[in-house]
Design a protein around this ligand. Sequence first.
Ligand SMILES: [Zn+2]
Ligand SMILES: [Zn+2]
Length: 159
Amino acid sequence: MNIELRRFFEDDGTLDIDYQFTSEDELFASPVTVKGRIKSANSIVALNADVECSVSVQCAKCAKDIVKKLSVPMEHLLVSQLNDEDNDDFILVENMVLNLDELVLEDVYLSLPARFLCKDACKGLCPYCGTDLNEGTCNCKKPVDPRLAALQQLLDSNE
Ligand SMILES: [Zn+2]
Ligand SMILES: [Zn+2]
């Protein structure tokens, strides 16, 4: 959605935002919902919104395909010109038109956690046979660390 911001830069005002869009990125398992408000005062336009979406990802431990709901808060100050190019506090809106979808996606990508788990207590896969330890057990024994074995021997010989 493109939002014409000229009137907000020229005059104080508010605009409620409540819409959905579909991203072509296959990461998204559902349309992206955006609810919030644009509010301007003294030529500064503030954007506050909550973004809700679902993403198709894999569990980092057991590699199961999962769909996770995300909720991402957005908070930006928009300006029509930047005096200081390196100022990250403001977002420059070219030609006074805001491409909101683009900004929303940027914020969603930045908020993605480094890894997803199917559940907090996911037991993952056995590193030796690949059994999904959430669904069953296997007979693999953990190889004993040779340093620990040496320590154990030392402790035993002291008794
Ligand atoms: Zn898992
Ligand atoms: Zn195993």
